[in-house]
Design a protein around this ligand. Structure first.
Ligand code: PLP
Length: 465
């Protein structure tokens, strides 16, 4: 493809993007579910001869948009959002056309330096004290794995990487029973093992915070049994119902016990750009050693963009840095972010943050989050008035509810809602019961979009509440 052709198709792609987004409200949020439907439309063997771009484009338009679950649909209320503000898409388009690989400072100096500055912009935006640095990762899962590996190396006197874990005793990591499955997986692949991830009970509504006394007792018990406590993983805004731990308790325990403390705020971290929300949800956060939050969820930076703040990056670098000859660089005053993470290769992820934060300003981003929190509360009240059981009250913009009937009836209602297509929600389990999860957070959603959900839910629950 020559570059004039590239420019013409690039313009067409941008035009397609604008039309797609403007028309999203007319599409069902989720496509009809019939596995195999899309694979059947693709050639089963690769072409020997190159094809015309026009033919590729036509097939793209014919096959792809219809087969997507539209994460950017304004009535996407499932999971958590994966927002992509238009200006962050533009940045990603530019990253695509520049196509740098940013593993070392010298392989992309501006990307490295912008990453450092964006980390510090976000540090200030979230009210973290000076001294925290950090790195942009692909996902919270990777950041948490990095933290768990750091816990492992610290607890083994920095010998785990070299000697393996066979003679190290049982390393223990502690968390509440509300944490995300990425914590389990990090412990699996770090060689800690599921059985050594100790999940403690919580103290109940509304925080569902880990029981600090139970945590202390368990650490003491484990030490007495000859096990090796390595770290604590706290959560602010857990996936199920938005649980948040009381950080001052955990910071104190981590200090007393010499443990590394990692905080998973993948979703709720974005909301901490609103100063009025910090006192409730993350007082004490400055005592954490590692904090992850995903600007690619609620903030509006296109996937993937996960920020890990580190109080002192040295422990993580000592855990992950490896420097064969071909990666050595001369001049030691630079940061090489690939030494802070598991993958070597790195995308230029800072550019979309730079575009996003400059274009909307922190006030523009805050007002969205405040609206989402307000509208989630209003919808919750409306459903309550209609006789739905509110199982967990709104935490930020997330609440759970049940319609009439048993667990099966809840799943049937979720399936009916999603087949209807006007909105999209997911189910969850809370305290052994099936619940319907509702979160507001899509970048373009309006109050009308949120309130339409009440109409849809009422209608499909058949007025049986
Ligand atoms: C989304 C989420 C994760 C996983 O994030 P990825 O970036 O997809 O790995 C982890 N923890 C919480 C609380 C989340 O909401």
């Amino acid at each position: 493809m020559d570059w004039d052709e590239f420019a013409a198709w690039g313009a067409k792609a941008a035009e397609f993007g604008a039309g797609y987004h403007k028309g999203l409200r007319e599409r069902p949020v989720r496509p009809a579910m019939a596995p195999g439907r899309f694979a059947a439309r693709l050639a089963s063997v690769p072409p020997e001869a190159g094809e015309e771009m026009g033919a590729i484009w036509e097939d793209f338009e014919r096959i792809v948009p219809e087969g997507l679950t539209h994460w950017q649909h304004p009535r996407f209320f499932a999971y958590f959002p994966a927002n992509a503000a238009p200006v962050s898409m533009l940045a990603e388009m530019l990253v695509s056309v520049l196509a740098p690989q940013c593993m070392l400072w010298q392989t992309s100096p501006v990307a490295t330096e912008m990453e450092g500055v964006m980390i510090d912009w976000l540090r200030q935006s979230l009210g973290l004290p000076q001294g925290f640095s950090g790195v942009i990762q692909d996902s919270a899962s990777s950041a948490t794995l990095s933290a768990v590996l750091t816990m492992r190396e610290r607890a083994t006197g920095w010998t785990g990487n070299r000697e393996g874990l066979s003679a190290k005793g049982r390393l223990r990591i502690y968390c509440s029973d509300q944490v995300h499955s990425s914590i389990d997986r990090a412990c699996w692949v770090a060689g800690i093992g599921q059985e050594n991830l100790v999940k403690l009970p919580t103290r109940g509504a509304p925080e569902f915070a880990v029981d600090a006394d139970a945590l202390r007792a368990r650490i003491a018990e484990d030490r007495a049994a000859g096990h090796v406590p390595a770290g604590i993983i706290a959560v602010t805004g857990a996936t199920g119902v938005g649980a948040w731990d009381r950080l001052p308790d955990l910071v104190q325990i981590a200090r007393d016990e010499g443990l590394y403390l990692h905080l998973d705020a993948a979703w709720a971290g974005s909301a901490m750009i609103c100063p009025e929300l910090r006192a409730r949800f993350w007082a004490g956060v400055d005592g954490c050693d590692s904090i992850v939050f995903n600007p690619h969820k609620w903030l509006g930076a296109q996937f993937d963009c996960s920020v890990q703040f580190l109080k002192d990056p040295k422990s993580q670098i000592d855990t992950l840095k490896i420097e064969p000859e071909y990666l050595k660089t001369s001049g030691s005053e630079v940061v090489n972010y690939s030494e802070w993470t598991i993958p070597l290769g790195r995308r230029f992820r800072a550019l979309k943050l730079w575009f996003l934060i400059r274009y909307y300003g922190l006030e523009g981003l805050r007002s969205r989050i405040r609206n989402h929190v307000t509208w989630a509360g209003e919808l919750c009240e409306e459903l309550r008035r209609d006789g739905f059981e509110i199982v967990t009250e709104p935490i930020l913009s997330l609440f759970t509810f049940r319609g009439p009937g048993d667990d099966e009836a809840q799943q049937a209602l979720v399936d009916a809602i999603n087949a209807d297509g006007r909105i999209y929600v997911t189910q969850g389990m809370h305290a052994g019961r099936k619940v319907i999860r509702f979160q507001v957070g899509q970048f373009d959603c309006t109050r009308d979009d949120v309130m339409l959900a009440a109409t849809v839910i009422r209608e499909l629950a058949g007025g049986r509440t």
